[in-house]
Design a protein around this ligand. Structure first.
Ligand code: BGC
Length: 372
């Protein structure tokens, strides 16, 4: 969504919030003179403070909700599922009637959400789908398959694969096996790249090349940890790149993995310049934008988390007002028990030349955050 559209959307939802606040039966101020909205006690659980994007996601959603007159409890779980489950249980015990959950392990939340349902809470899966349970009502995310498609297409364009160029050495990576998004990211990219692996324009010297999308988890990096992607890349470089053999391209599904991969390449002697590999990413984290400015990373797929927060905020207000919840996809996200009605947002590619306009001028990051 363009910035202008985004501002209009916020203004519109602000209007809903105001009218809701005006109609609310409680009349009690929610703080700062805002009137509280009845039935808007929101429990938000996010995976970790270790990744910049989740900090932004959580804080912005909490702020929007509180400004509208909802109560919002925001918790981070240090990437530990047990911790996330007890946070959700505490929120339910504390009377939350709407849960917004960015799951750590999308498969393990079933029992906690069953408890939520005994209290008639409405559950929104935030960014990551919750799977294997009936008890998830809505899903809001960026189009995860499209994220991978954008990474794959970028690689095809940069290498000139459609014109027959190659062979090039590729090292592919995938995200955390417990994150349902990771399979979509990989499938989007692999549907674009696999034909070039099969015809020999792309070669994977390490052999870490899934034969199909279904094998994606065989190259997954647990917990999206930079330390683990670095160790894996170190291993591939020392075992399979002897002599003059060089990596030409690394498919990294996100920025945290890219950080580890960049560190590994650097310690193996790679430096930006003509022979430096293409490296993809996702999230437009500040550390990675700095790396893009230094030509150490080629691109990131930017998901403007402000628009995701606004979308979820709209959903919450619609649920609180007992209105129909706006979704735009009722086919893609089958969680094994049901197709979860979803709202999908558009991700977009950011390269060095886009940083000023897309990220800084729009206020997503400050110039000073990335040394500009
Ligand atoms: C998110 C990505 C993020 C990754 C690691 C995924 O579920 O969609 O934006 O990079 O988790 O936190």
């Amino acid at each position: 969504m363009s910035l202008t559209k985004r501002i209009i959307a916020v203004a519109a939802t602000g209007a809903v919030a105001l009218s809701l606040a005006a109609c609310s039966g409680t009349g009690a101020p929610a703080g700062d003179g805002v009137e509280a909205i009845a039935d808007c006690n929101v429990g938000i659980t996010m995976p970790t403070r270790a990744l910049e994007r989740w900090i932004n996601d959580g804080e912005q959603l909490k702020t929007l909700l509180e400004k509208a007159g909802c109560t919002a409890d925001l918790q981070y779980a240090d990437n530990k599922t047990d911790q996330q489950i007890s946070q959700i249980q505490n929120q339910i015990a504390g009377g939350a009637n709407i849960l917004v959950v960015a799951a750590i392990d999308g498969l393990l939340l079933g029992p906690a959400l069953e408890e939520a349902k005994t209290q008639d809470a409405t559950v929104i899966a935030y960014d990551r789908l919750i799977v294997g349970t009936e008890n998830v009502d809505y899903y809001a995310t960026f189009d995860n398959y499209e994220v991978g498609t954008l990474q794959g297409e970028y690689i095809v364009d940069q290498l000139g694969l459609a014109d027959g160029a190659g062979p090039f050495n590729l090292e592919p990576f995938a995200g955390s096996p417990d994150d349902n998004n990771a399979k979509f990211f990989f499938s989007g990219a692999w549907d674009v790249l696999l034909p070039y692996v099969e015809n020999g324009q792309l070669v994977v010297p390490s052999g870490r090349s899934p034969e199909s999308n279904a094998d994606w988890a065989s190259i997954g990096i647990q917990g999206w940890a930079s330390t683990l992607s670095q160790a894996e890349m170190d291993n591939r470089l020392s075992s399979f790149y002897s002599g003059s053999e060089k990596v030409d391209v690394v498919l990294s599904p996100n920025d945290s993995l890219a950080i580890g991969i960049l560190a590994s390449l650097k310690s193996a002697g790679y430096a930006p310049g003509e022979d430096y590999p293409i490296i993809s990413g996702q999230d437009a984290d500040k550390a990675n934008i700095k790396a893009i400015l230094k030509d150490e990373q080629s691109m990131s797929v930017w998901k403007d988390t402000r628009t995701l927060g606004e979308q979820v905020y709209n959903m919450v207000l619609q649920i609180a007002a007992d209105e129909e919840v706006t979704v735009n996809d009722t086919e893609t996200y089958d969680n094994g028990k049901k197709i979860v009605p979803s709202f999908l947002l558009d991700p977009e590619v950011v390269v060095k030349e886009d940083i000023q306009v897309k990220l800084i001028d729009s206020g997503f990051i400050k110039a000073s955050d990335v040394g500009l």
